[in-house]
Design a protein. Sequence first.
Lengths: 340, 340
Amino acid sequence: MKPIIGRVTSMDVAALAGVSQSAVSRAFTPGSSLSAAKRELILSAAKKLNYVPNSIASSLTTRRTNMVAVILGNLDNPFYVLVLKALAARLQQRGTQILTFTVENGASSDDALMRVLRYQVDGIILTSAQLSTRMTSMCHDRGIPVVLFNRYIPGSDASGVRCDNAAGGRLMADALLKAGARSFAVLKGDPRGSTSQDRFQGFAERLLEDGIPRSAILELEGQSIYRGAHAAVLRAFQDEGRKVPDAIFGINDTMAMGAMDALRGVMGLRVPDDVMIGGFDNIDEADYWPYRLTTVRQPAEEMADETLKLLDLDNPGAEIQPGIDIKLPGELVWRDSIPR
Amino acid sequence: MKPIIGRVTSMDVAALAGVSQSAVSRAFTPGSSLSAAKRELILSAAKKLNYVPNSIASSLTTRRTNMVAVILGNLDNPFYVLVLKALAARLQQRGTQILTFTVENGASSDDALMRVLRYQVDGIILTSAQLSTRMTSMCHDRGIPVVLFNRYIPGSDASGVRCDNAAGGRLMADALLKAGARSFAVLKGDPRGSTSQDRFQGFAERLLEDGIPRSAILELEGQSIYRGAHAAVLRAFQDEGRKVPDAIFGINDTMAMGAMDALRGVMGLRVPDDVMIGGFDNIDEADYWPYRLTTVRQPAEEMADETLKLLDLDNPGAEIQPGIDIKLPGELVWRDSIPR
């Protein structure tokens, strides 16, 4: 049987430990100041009385649960692991924990959001692709702030934070053109995701300025993941015998790495001598010695900062301004996969 | 202002949509059968009435919150991302979500567990290193099942699931000895973590059987992460000018990869010709072309299965048997970083 929870109050603990009630509260609040000895005393008293403050019971009066839902599309992409870490560090700092929801790659987030609404959360951060405008308005009606991370929903007034993906795509096209590339392939991610579309769009627009039409770009489906890109490259250039272009743009780094490994490891080509490779994100692995991938850095930490500012957890009553679209610039990081 | 939540009941929604109350319940339960048209009707009625079932309010009667806390030590180690994915897939399947708590590498989990106890969770899975026996007994007293994932606490009766790390260490020593190695270095992780200790222990015991004492093994502190191992290898073999041994055992794959990149990328050595490298975990990256790392596979999926069996979420009243220590065998995966 479970013991009965919540009958013992912080006053009981304070009395037993011989400290103030506020000291008991501080003992259970991350980051608050309290001497080790006093904390030890309070924890020992709490244990004797089987007392622990219950955020959820108290949330019924304060309406705060100190939980934020994060809907994640794809932990196979190391960039989203970086994002999760950046968000967790900031939220935990203020005593808020992440309730994670994962969505199959490319699937709609509507079901996930419906699951989220079964819980009482202080806010929702959505990092995965598809979402209907009805679901965002459903959260809005319930007063739960929703922030889109690195995506937007056309026709919706949901607010969000993203990297300027189109401008980043332009930066990469520019780098490859300057290095002398004239023929191109692109490894695309989720075809319905705004991130992949925008990066490709910016990339194609810049190429067009140099007279290369979009129809001349070979489009490969890399499914946003290393193995997807690896397989797509081998299918196109080995099985179907297509001509390897001067340059391949991986819409994210993990796909660029999959392409590099297929081209070098299986087909025996050299990067950048035989084929240049560009990526996007600047995950840690892009800097590892076997890759040294030239890429567009996404400012993940700054994006996490802006996301929490938009969520505005300190003002639970306030509504998020609709239609805010914060775009942070990406930045080209030169390494060795494109000659300079 | 937030709207008032929970006044509208599923009966109101059923009445408006012209369906049964059980259909409304099914519309909000993941995986239950309902036609798309009926679901659409119910969601539309729910939206009009601003109704969503509230797991937390209902948890006050059922004592179930459909949340499991997972305490994570180190998302810089891709193995723990695999673990998180494996647990999330299984828990989400049964309508349970993960509340994540992260702990600094090497830090005590006591603070994290104290934070966990502010929430009402159906169970706790602990994947990070340090924990006092007092904290586990505190959870036990409150009737919250705790399962240790890939670690144990000496002197505690907390139950857990782990890879047979000592036997895995033996497997790796055996492989390296058979390949002709006679001098060894080990890249260790968290020195207080049972995982790192046990792998090293099994490794050293097997070497001793071939007459190589533990004192002859060079011990390097890799801090469980790629960059830590990279730096430790350069410090020992480049800065301090120590002799590079025949073989280096990375206590986990990401450290083995960091060692490989330092030895090859900075020092110009060849693997396995100049130095053999072994790892542990079998993360996806171990199979990537630049690494092709011979390693010990941890059965992450099976470990996740056993963890959920121990948690026994379907029997909330039942207590976990204390002192259960499920050890699953690792398995040597041969690739190219050790000659065969």
